[in-house]
Design a binder for this molecule. Structure first.
Ligand code: SAH
Length: 403
């Protein structure tokens, strides 16, 4: 049992009782027992009723990362091992993951492991740390990952922005050194529904491959028989290759990153004859400019995929992001052949599904097109939404028939 106690202000215990895993500094009345950042603390309401246990960080806005609501559960090495083992067992039982060896094994709070993301690419793990609590537990977390997944290699990285906030603004040099890459990364080959992809675990964006879109790539491919496909924000071409499998006659991948597109080219080559007799192009350009160019010269596609990066990182950015999504979708829609498909996504958690639908509605009005939602899409099952932590839901997509 820990000795330090965090007492909540009167009326501020609701989210803890509802098992929300983040306790913000503003809800705290007092802290007794002089805990150091990274220590385990008990949390009680203002009448000293025990509520939960977690790890404190007084430099962070999220003052306590809550870990358990069971009074007799001790936060020790065995605790961390249990959590990692459980997260991995969940994925191993998941039939939706049987066709791939690229899996998000740990998805932060959704797996009861705040600040920890673990992506597996074949036998390489990429571990991303975004909170002090995970940084402190890193040795035992690493042991647990080694025991369960026996990786050939583990690559660590820091979510610089979020982790430095946990250290009062700057990442200590020792942390930075421990979480930076020593050896140059070699691309790793992974498989997804029978397709093969090169993933660059260190140089890549995010942790290397957009695992959250795995099922959506197959959903969109189902509309690509005989179709011309514009894959905007293509990254390494994953939607594009699936579109070829779905029978697309032409795929244009557009991205601003030449490095990502180079892998998109290599990924086509990796899949043997997949491109035979079809057109597969990679265009390095700003999507907004490129789409306007197509619209202005009247070129159209049967299927248009829009999978932009996160436009809003916090609630204050929602309005600006909404405008950007609307502009993008308006131009995107204007280049869809009548009767064709728009597959449009947002990975901004603060733009919820209802708002996203309104944005696409406004875009359709402005574009003067009829749009019908025929499928609603979300993040893959290895990015589960913990119901006590609704913020874990972030990816939404609409497949629309555009007339
Ligand atoms: N659809 C991809 C993931 C897309 S991630 C997949 O399934 O793998 C977002 C991509 O958008 C990144 O590759 C990034 O390089 C690219 N990007 C961001 N802003 C852009 C812009 N304005 N124009 C073109 N590409 C952009």
């Amino acid at each position: 049992m820990s000795s330090a106690v965090v007492t909540l202000k009167s009326g501020r215990d609701r989210s803890v009782r509802q098992r929300h895993p983040r306790l913000f500094a503003g809800a705290i009345k007092e802290i007794s027992g002089r805990p150091k950042d990274g220590d385990v603390v008990d949390v009680t309401d203002n009448r000293s009723e025990w509520l939960a246990r977690g790890v404190i960080n007084q430099q962070a806005q999220i003052a306590v990362r809550l870990l358990t609501w069971a009074r007799d559960e001790v936060i020790d090495e065995a605790f961390w091992r249990r959590r990692v083992h459980a997260a991995i067992a969940r994925r191993k039982r998941d039939p939706a993951l049987a066709h791939t060896n690229a899996i998000r094994w740990v998805f932060g709070e959704s797996d009861g492991l705040p600040g920890l993301i673990v992506d597996g690419y074949a036998d390489v793990l990429v571990v991303e740390i975004s909170a002090l609590v995970a940084w402190r537990a890193l040795p035992v977390l690493t042991d647990a990952l080694n025991e369960t997944l026996s990786p050939r290699q583990i690559r660590w990285r820091a979510d610089e922005e979020r982790l430095s906030r946990e250290f009062g603004g700057t990442l200590p040099r020792a942390v930075r050194a421990a979480l930076s890459e020593a050896a140059p990364a070699e691309p790793v080959e992974i498989g997804e529904r029978g397709l093969r992809f090169w993933v660059n675990p260190a140089g890549g964006q995010k942790t290397g491959f957009y695992l959250d879109q795995r099922d959506n790539r197959a959903r969109v491919a189902a509309y690509c028989q005989g179709a011309t496909v514009l894959n905007a924000f293509a990254y390494t071409g994953a939607f594009g290759l699936h579109a070829l499998v779905g029978g697309a006659t032409r795929v244009v991948n557009v991205d601003s990153s030449g490095e990502a597109l180079a892998l998109a080219e290599r990924n086509l080559a990796l899949n043997g004859g997949l491109g035979a007799g079809r057109r597969y192009e990679c265009v390095e350009a700003d999507v907004f400019d490129y789409l306007r160019g197509l619209r202005d010269c009247g070129e159209r596609f049967d299927v248009v995929i829009l999978d932009p990066p996160k436009f809003a990182h916090h609630p204050g950015q929602v309005e600006r992001a909404a405008r950007a999504y609307k502009d993008l979708n308006r131009v995107g829609m204007s280049i869809v052949e009548p009767g064709g498909i728009l597959a449009t996504f947002s990975c901004s958690g603060v733009v919820d599904a209802a708002l996203f639908q309104k944005i696409v509605f406004s875009a359709a009005l402005e574009a003067g097109r009829d749009a019908r939602v025929i499928e609603r899409l979300t993040q893959a099952s290895d990015h589960p939404v913990l119901l006590t932590f609704p913020e874990s839901e972030y990816l939404k997509g609409l497949i629309c028939r555009i007339e």
